[in-house]
Every structure is written in C-alpha cells, then in structure tokens.
Write a protein that binds this ligand. Structure first.
Ligand code: CP
Length: 317
C-alpha cells in the first residue's frame, strides 16, 4: 500500500509518546515505515514527498543516532531542515525555552523535533505551538521513535510482535527507551520481562504490566528478544552498584549467558553501548545482534512519522 493510503487514517498533529497511541496507530506507523524502506535502498536516496516543507531539529541534549537519523529522514523526503543546538544559542544569555521556541516558530517550521533533558518539554510545546511536535527523547520519560524503530526491527526479524517474550535488561529506572518500549510492546501483545539490580529497577515495576526479576538468567530463559540498556551514570545522583566489574558479572550479557534464550534470539541495544559494562563485544558484534539494523531502520521509521504528521497539516491549512 502507498504511504498516502496509510495517511488517510492518521489524525494526530504531534507524536509526544507511545502511551497516547492505540495499537492501530502503532500499526499504521510501522506499515508506513515499511513502505519507505526501499527509498534508502536506491542509489539516489530521495523522494520529493515533503518538498517545500520545513522541519526544525531542536536538540538540547547530546545525540548521535536520533539526530542524524531525523536529519537523513528529512533529506530523503526532500524537506528543508533547520538544526538548532541548545549549546551556543541565546539560552546562555538567559532566554527562556518558551521564548526560544516561539522565536524559532516565527520562522514557520511545519514540524519541530525536540530532545530535552526535562520530562514533559515536548508535551508543553505541543500544547503551546501550532507546529507539529515530535518527541526525540525527554529526560527519563519517553523516546517514542526509538520504541517504534525497535518494534519495526523486531517485526522484520520475527514477523510479528504478539506472543514474543522480550527481556529488557539494565538501568530500567533511568531509561526513557524502556518506558516507551513497555507501552508499545504490551499494547501489541508481547510478553515483557524487565531485569536489573534492585537499585536500577523501579519499585512499581509490576504495575507497568510486565514481569520483574533481579536475576539475569531468569530473564533470559526462553527469550525471543533481548534488549540491553546502557547504565546511565549521568542520571545517577549517587553510586547505585558497587563497581563496573560487579555490574558486568551480574548483569552483563555474554555469549555463555545468552544460551538461555531461544536459538533464534535477537539482541538489541538502543545505543550508545558501554562494551564490557552491560554487553560483551562478542555479543554486540555477534551473529544474534541486530543493533546496526535498529539504526538503519530508524531512518525509515522517522520518515514515516514525519510523513504522517505532515499529511495532517496538509489537510488542515
Ligand atoms: N538511541 C538514542 O537515542 O541514541 P542517541 O542518544 O545517539 O540519539
């Protein structure tokens, strides 16, 4: 089916989180992304779909994958991109976030992609700005396009999401990726188990509709998908485990431990990876790893999100 047909059922101006989305809407994004895959496989990787439209990339926090992937997605759709970094801007002279956003919106972008260290910033901008807002990660709250590209990668590898056992392991407490993934995977019928040290797993874990364990081997048992998470030391207010060596011994994914998962398991990581902390290089670069597929799929998924949100704006001038 063409992307235009998928857009007929899309009504949202913004994508601020997975929590808001229905399974049908998630399916529409994944199917639209599938229709964009072939653009990135062409020699000339460009279609005129968003020619004349403008996307503002507003990044207040470091990013390698998300930022590059959005920029590439915009270029492949022929949109004009304006890239803004918090550092080096008038924020350092005391301008508020809202004034910065309103001034940039005065230049008429159609969509704004925003990453911010504070949870809720994309929601606030979505309420106050006319432009469509895409959350590229807000604090430890949500990272919706990461969860969508993760789901897209799983669906391409396994052919489905429902009924799969997905083990998510590591620093659950500080991860926006896990929050978005739990919303998405449970909505789509997957069985999710989260695992990590007691200090890095929220006390209310079970209330999220997932199994909780502090035993890596139990989490890996029979898993179809293993998603490793980075230990986010920059978000820790104090030491939350004795040492990196101890963390790796208890929660680091090695080839030996991965044997507990299904024979056709896939291993994922949203990046950036800390090799030798949460994952051994032999696994990260090994035959079960789809980590670089996740990065490649991110472009198609972000093309789909940009396309769908822009289609809503085209219908309502
Ligand atoms: N996965 C992810 O958000 O990576 P970046 O921080 O490099 O964008």
């Amino acid at each position: 089916m063409s992307p235009e047909r998928y857009a007929e059922s899309w009504t949202r101006k913004d994508l601020v989180g997975i929590a808001d989305l229905s399974p049908t809407e998630i399916g529409v994004i994944l199917d639209t992304a599938e229709s964009f895959v072939e653009v990135s496989q062409r020699q000339i990787k460009k279609v005129p779909t968003l020619r004349g439209r403008t996307v503002l990339n507003l990044f207040f926090e470091a990013s390698t994958r998300t930022r590059s992937s959005f920029e590439l997605a915009e270029k492949r759709l022929s949109a004009d991109s304006l890239n803004f970094s918090g550092s080096g801007s008038a924020l350092s002279k005391g301008e508020t976030l809202m004034d910065t956003a309103r001034n940039l919106e005065a230049m008429s972008p159609d969509l704004v992609v925003v990453r911010h260290q504070h949870p809720g910033v994309p929601h606030m901008l979505a309420k106050r700005l006319d432009s469509g807002i895409i959350n590229a990660g807000d604090g430890a709250h949500e990272h919706p396009t990461q969860a969508l590209l993760d789901a897209f990668t799983i669906r391409r590898a396994k052919g489905r999401l429902d009924g799969l056992r997905v083990a998510i392991i590591g620093d659950i407490e500080h991860s926006r990726v896990v929050r978005s993934n739990i919303h998405l995977l449970t909505k789509m019928g997957a069985e999710v188990v989260i695992a990590g040290p007691r200090t890095l797993v929220p006390l209310h874990g079970e209330s999220l509709g997932v199994e909780v364990t502090h035993d890596l081997d139990a989490a890996l048992e029979g898993a179809d998908v293993v998603m490793m998470l980075r230990v986010q030391l920059e978000r820790h207010q104090r030491a939350l485990f004795p040492s990196v060596r101890e963390y790796f011994r208890l929660f680091g994914l090695t080839e030996a431990r991965l044997k507990r998962a299904k024979d056709d398991v896939i291993v994922m990581h949203p990046g950036p990876m800390n090799r030798g902390v949460e994952i051994d290089s032999a696994v990260a670069d090994g035959p079960f790893s789809v980590i670089l597929d996740q990065v490649a799929n991110g472009v198609s998924v972000r093309m789909a999100v940009l396309f769908l949100l822009m289609a809503v704006r085209t219908e309502t001038p």
